[in-house]
Ligand binder design. Structure first.
Ligand SMILES: Cc1cc2nc3c(=O)[nH]c(=O)nc-3n(C[C@H](O)[C@H](O)[C@H](O)COP(=O)(O)OP(=O)(O)OC[C@H]3O[C@@H](n4cnc5c(N)ncnc54)[C@H](O)[C@@H]3O)c2cc1C
Length: 383
């Protein structure tokens, strides 16, 4: 058993934890990050080829400043590393005019003065000819939306964090911790056995494991949910250059999302909450994609793409849902422990901005963007 000391220990190096390690190290903190699996594994929420980036945030205008800050953060990371990370395609939020997506997106645009266009059915037909939509839908088009490759982005954050001095260790699990006068004593298990690390502060970014780990009794219910997405490799006219933006759509099946061809993968299709399958134990391997999963995705593609084709490839992933499907960003234990989780299927795009906020909280500074709307107080939980 060793007894190491660090300023900040980050538990979980997925999409948000890796970004946090980078930002903390860049700000001169001594950073140790621990991840229970190998780097860029596929058992959490941040693997794969594509995540939608958007700033016209229909879920709530409260996310818009965070999204704008994230856009700056992704572009800064691209400049610092020389890598292309965010591909701008433009994005559509579409559905019935009074539905959650269109009215929510418009509200966000108006409140935050986001340049946008309103597309009626005729405009949709002309400018998004790859989509086959019902007659009663309208859309908000926002030009800054696009696609992030989460594996590439997280890998870039890991490398950049290490280059900035962070000590990142893989196949090491945070088992538990005690908060005391010396700081946070973190108990770990890894290939070299059990160990203890004392950190001034702990940041918990454990994704789908947040609700079942040491914080399970201190938080509202945080529930992992199985998702499956599919790709159709041969859809004519589906590249972004052919007017196929990223799409979030309020349709009869629920919240459908589509992405144009990207990284040679074909068109991506998914349904928020897919089959509504809660995962009791996030450490148990996910059920592999099945014929039932394929049927859901194929039906969406056949109905909403002018030219579809077979769903040739599928992948599972996890959402981590809070009770209201809004994020959880807050401190507990007199500020010694900072939580960033419950991203409820829409967190990846914010990684640089969430990271900055978590680092500010750990330093006792005001975050660059207000994260109070994402605090525990809304659940009546004392911090
Ligand atoms: C199918 C799908 C589509 C999505 N689409 C979008 C989208 O279009 N746009 C968007 O913005 N977001 C999207 N999301 C959501 C987004 O991907 C997630 O919100 C985000 O990736 C969550 O990152 P995270 O760091 O919280 O979790 P993860 O990346 O899973 O990281 C948590 C890490 O903590 C580790 N860990 C857990 N417990 C421990 C422990 N005790 N000790 C050490 N390590 C531990 C885990 O192994 C894991 O690596 C989507 C998610 C899915 C599943």
């Amino acid at each position: 058993m060793t007894d190491t000391r660090t300023d900040v220990l980050i538990a979980g190096l997925g999409g948000i934890g890796a970004a946090t390690a980078y930002h903390a190290a860049r700000q001169g903190l001594e950073v140790m990050g621990l991840e229970q699996f190998h780097a860029l594994h596929d058992r959490g929420s941040s693997h794969g080829h594509s995540r939608i980036f958007r700033i016209a945030y229909f879920e709530s205008p409260a996310y818009v400043p965070l999204a704008r800050r994230a856009l700056e953060g992704w572009r800064a990371l691209e400049r610092d590393t020389g890598r292309d990370l965010l591909v701008t395609t433009g994005g559509l939020d579409l559905g019935g005019p009074d539905g959650r997506l269109v009215s929510g997106s418009l509200a966000a645009c108006r409140e935050h003065d986001i340049p946008h266009e309103w597309w009626d059915r005729e405009t949709l037909r002309r400018r998004a000819p790859g989509l086959d939509l019902p007659d009663d839908v309208e859309a908000v088009y926002q030009a800054d939306a696009g696609i992030l490759n989460p594996t590439r982005c997280t890998g870039t954050h890991i490398e950049a964090a290490r280059a900035a001095g962070a000590d990142l260790r893989f196949s090491v699990r945070v088992v538990d911790w005690d908060v005391g006068s010396e700081g946070v004593r973190v108990h770990t298990a890894g290939p070299d056995g059990d160990a203890e690390i004392v950190a001034d502060r702990l940041i918990v970014t454990t994704g789908a494991w947040l609700g079942s780990g040491p914080l399970r009794d201190a938080l509202p219910e945080i529930a992992p949910e199985r998702q499956v997405v599919g790709w159709l490799p041969h859809v004519p006219g589906s590249g972004a250059a052919h007017h196929f933006p990223v799409v979030n759509a309020d349709l009869q099946e629920g919240h459908v999302y589509l992405m144009p061809e990207h990284d040679g993968r074909g068109v991506k299709v998914g349904l928020y909450h897919h089959l509504h399958e809660r995962i009791a134990d996030p450490s148990v391997a996910d059920m592999p994609p099945s014929d039932a999963d394929r049927a859901v995705l194929q039906a969406l593609a056949d109905r909403y793409l002018v030219a579809s084709g077979p769903v040739a490839h599928m992948r599972t992933c996890r959402f981590t849902l809070t009770p209201d499907e809004h994020f959880l960003v807050d401190t507990i234990a007199d500020g010694r422990v900072v939580i960033g989780g419950g991203f409820s299927g829409h967190g990846f795009k914010f990684a640089p901005a969430l990271a900055e906020a978590l680092v500010a909280l750990v330093r006792g500074l005001p975050p660059p963007v207000d994260v109070a709307p994402f605090g525990l107080a809304r659940f009546g939980v004392a911090t």
